[in-house]
Design a protein around this ligand. Structure first.
Ligand code: GBH
Length: 437
């Protein structure tokens, strides 16, 4: 297969964990063989998903996992980040599937790294209910009991920020509620679920636990105080509100007052010490004062009443999703986190990074990944303790409200035949991994 020649990447530290990521709802299919999730309900409603599709079949990974494990082995990754579907675990035989998958990964020499929640909540549950947090911990205990003899690295939640904002505040993701600031309890209940899950995992003997939060630097649109204040507000909502309860045991100023229940007591649970901190990085955000009109952001229309307005980042290539390509944003983010949180920040793993784009020959993806790996290496040189990097994603998959139209994979999936074809970026990443050993 084609092997694009790019200059050799700098060497990453010994023991650095190289991997790729996916999530259950986006690849598994076999929706009829499990309980429904909020995403099944949501995507069945007309107009919710751009191409009108659902993930009922997706990549049919549920039936083709052997082939996908072979693709992982061929790539030569150390680790595979996948997610466990709570509705599937709630179904007869559901845990058997993950049990087999973990066995196959171990046999192929690929370390399994399960995420316990990647947005596919059982349809009968609701994050507005506090009780969902304790139910999550019970489900986590069952998974840990079954897989804990072979799984060393665990991830509690994927991007509670995006799930809160897109799913419950703006209603463009499942469950489709447009609560704006009334969505805040959803964030708190997910964070509480995270803390309770850490406890359940520790009780089951787990020693390598993290969370995958989405973060990006926030750039004020101008030095004007109104723009700086708006950018600070955005930074609180998307970054600090999810990092600080976990890392520091407190919410940024002004947030706790807006949350239900005994927040102080909950924060003690939420701040259970972690072994590492996962960051999903895609792009920075440029943010200014509200302009009294709806604004477009990352393909999402934001209402005029929000106290900030995202502005375009000019002069950069953009991905198919319309997101700007800003590799140095990753260096800035990581050194910024280190400066802000100091020794409260455990070792970091980049749990997602990648871009959408068409074609088996995908030089744009190679350039994106190459640039971000160099930016990551600069953060390591600057003293940030980074222990691993996972590409989003192994396979083209069902990109939520964007449907099948956005392709993030190192491997192309033909949805008519479900045939997998490695892209040029797959061959490139394989050579990167080889050169690092
Ligand atoms: C992740 O979400 C999800 O975990 C994963 O399931 C998903 O498939 C993957 O990323 C790709 O979307 O400032 O205009 O550049 C990422 C959520 C929201 C992060 C939009 C980047 C950038 C908007 N993303 N954001 S822009």
């Amino acid at each position: 297969d084609p092997m694009p020649r790019t200059p050799r990447l700098p060497s990453f530290p010994p023991g650095f964990l190289w991997g790729v990521s996916t999530s259950a709802h986006q690849i598994e299919g076999a929706a009829a063989e499990r309980e429904p999730s909020v995403w099944d309900t949501f995507s069945a409603e007309p107009g919710r998903v751009k191409d009108g599709s659902t993930a009922a079949v997706a990549c049919d990974h549920y039936h083709r996992h052997r082939e996908d494990v072979a693709l992982l082995a061929g790539l030569g990754v150390d680790a595979y980040r996948f997610s466990v579907s709570w509705p599937r675990v709630d179904s007869p035989g559901g845990l058997d599937f993950y049990d087999r998958l973990v066995d196959e990964l171990c046999a192929a020499g690929v370390r399994p790294v399960p995420t316990l929640f990647h947005w596919d909540l059982p349809a009968r549950l609701d994050w507005l209910e506090r009780d969902t947090a304790s139910r999550f911990a019970q489900y986590v205990a069952r998974v840990a009991d079954r897989l804990g003899d072979r799984v060393r690295i665990w991830i509690t939640l994927n991007e509670p920020a995006e799930h809160t904002l897109l799913g419950h505040a703006l209603g463009v993701h499942a469950p489709g509620s447009r609560l704006l600031f009334d969505a805040l309890p959803v964030a708190h209940h997910q964070l509480l679920a995270h803390g309770l899950a850490v406890g359940a995992l520790r009780a089951a003997g787990a020693r390598d636990i993290g969370i995958a939060n989405s973060h990006g630097p926030t750039w004020p649109a101008s030095p004007e105080p109104a723009d700086v204040a708006a950018a600070d507000f955005y930074d609180v909502l998307l970054n600090r509100m999810f990092a600080e309860p976990v890392l520091l045991g407190r919410y940024p100023e002004g947030i706790a007052e807006l949350l239900p229940g005994d927040v102080e007591a909950d924060l003690e649970i939420i701040a259970e010490p972690l072994d590492w901190y996962g960051i999903n990085y895609y792009a920075p955000a440029r943010v200014g004062a509200p302009q009294g009109v709806a604004t477009e952001f990352g393909g999402v229309s934001l209402p005029a009443e929000l106290p900030f307005a995202p502005r375009p980042i000019e002069g950069r290539p953009v991905t198919d999703s319309g997101w700007p390509v800003v590799p140095e944003g990753l260096t800035e983010l990581l050194t910024g986190f280190r400066d802000r949180y100091g020794d409260k920040l455990p070792p970091v793993i980049i749990t997602e990074n990648g871009c959408s784009g068409e074609g088996l020959d995908d030089p744009g993806r190679i350039a994106y990944l190459d640039g971000h790996l160099r930016a990551l290496h600069r953060a390591i040189e600057a003293g940030v303790d980074v222990r691993g990097y996972f590409v989003w994603s192994l396979l083209d998959n069902w990109e939520w409200a964007e449907g099948y139209a956005r392709r993030f994979g190192l491997v192309h999936v033909d949805y008519a035949t479900l045939r997998r074809t490695p892209k040029a970026s797959y061959a490139w990443f394989r050579e990167v991994l080889r050169a690092q050993r």
